[in-house]
Design a binder for this molecule. Structure first.
Ligand code: DAH
Length: 368
């Protein structure tokens, strides 16, 4: 085989012989060309065969199959120096060799678990030993967390969870709770009445419930005594939002009906609840009050860390209410209470503005 005067160009050995031929003005013998092709193929097969990772496969691909500077490309160009009569034979052999080298490349690429397309890029490959990116796990809203905890505490005291609709009728929100038509609590300015209900169907007016006491009625209508339930849910009032008011908030309603139930039972249950939720040093105080559906009625205050806070109302279920659901007030008595869930949560966690719960600010929410 002829060589260029300066010897072969390192890594580009195929170019040198052909150029040297051109410079001499002679043509290359077919036998030499075929020999060079065979050597090229052998080297390519060897290179692909020994390439164990994607990087080595890619290096071999560039060297042998590179579109511009690849050695096969150079060999193809060199074909122009072959005697015209010999060119078909040279071309045929070139194609065979090309197929052979392509196959070696494909096998190497498959072996290194890289597709031929991916192998063309020099992207970093997947490394299973690199630590992954941490997945951001969400959490329950603080009010939902509080609700779950309250259910848990009251569950241990034997109260099961009841539920009721947020769109209510006037019977369950007012009438059965001894809140008659002329009562100020039914004022349209103090309630979210729904414009859709009633008119066409003749059904009674609907509203977003203003209290969870509705569920007392719904449960008693369906269940004979004894009863021991809580209901935790949303209530709605058209209040302007400020640090302590929001047009939607949550209440925990409690109802216990049995024989010989007294105010002492009510106080015991609320004290047990308060110490479970806030801690050992909680005191409970009842202040006389009025609710249409309890008699007597009280405001419930809890003292925690030297501060009294009002948490809601309570009392002995009014005989009128027992009668309206078909119970006999001579046979059964009971107590009821309604506490503000946001208030409990705020006190426990030192939150000073109820609006924080509903701004959806992740920086606030992720503290819980
Ligand atoms: N429903 C009352 C309110 O929203 C709270 C309440 C007071 C509930 C006394 C009761 C109760 O069950 O006995 O203001």
């Amino acid at each position: 085989m002829c060589e260029a005067p300066g010897g072969p160009v390192p890594g580009k050995w195929f170019l040198a012989p052909f150029f040297s031929q051109t410079e001499d003005g002679t043509t290359m013998a077919l036998a030499d060309f075929l020999k060079q092709l065979d050597e090229l193929a052998a080297q390519a097969v060897q290179a692909f065969g020994s390439a164990t990772d994607a990087e080595a496969v890619e290096a071999a691909r560039v060297e042998f199959l590179g579109a511009k500077q690849g050695r096969l490309k150079a060999a193809q160009k060199g074909m122009g120096e072959i005697d015209k009569a010999d060119r078909p034979a040279a071309g045929k052999r070139f194609n065979e060799i090309k197929e052979q080298v392509d196959a070696a490349f494909k096998a190497a690429a498959d072996r290194s678990a890289v597709s031929p397309v991916a192998a063309k890029k020099t992207e970093p490959q997947f490394d299973p030993t690199v630590p992954g990116t941490a997945f951001r796990v969400g959490r329950l809203h603080p009010i939902t967390q509080t609700i779950e905890e309250l259910k848990d505490i009251m569950g241990r005291l034997g109260f099961s969870v009841a539920d009721g609709p947020e769109v209510e009728d006037e019977w369950h929100n007012f009438e059965a709770l001894n809140i008659p038509r002329e009562h100020p609590a039914r004022d349209p300015l103090d309630n979210f009445y729904l414009a859709t209900a009633g008119k066409a169907t003749g059904a009674s007016t609907a509203l977003l419930r203003s209290q969870t006491s509705t569920v007392q009625i719904r449960v008693m209508e369906k269940t004979p005594p004894p009863i021991r339930i809580i209901c935790l849910g949303r209530v709605y009032r058209p209040d302007t939002a400020d640090a302590t008011h929001y047009p939607m908030f949550h209440q925990m309603e409690g109802l216990l009906i049995d024989t010989r139930v007294t105010m002492a039972d009510l106080k015991s249950v609320l004290r047990l609840f308060a110490t479970s939720y806030l801690g050992r040093d909680v005191h409970i105080r009842f202040r006389p009050s009025f609710f249409p559906f309890t008699e007597p009625s009280v405001e419930v205050d809890m003292k925690w860390e030297d501060r009294w806070i009002e948490f809601g109302g309570a009392g002995m279920v009014d005989p009128f209410v027992l009668q309206s659901v078909g119970y006999d007030p001579e046979e059964v008595t009971g107590f009821a209470f309604g506490l503000g869930v946001e208030r409990l949560c705020m006190r426990r966690h030192g939150v000073t503005d109820i609006r924080e719960f509903y701004k959806n600010d992740i920086r606030f929410l992720e503290q819980f």
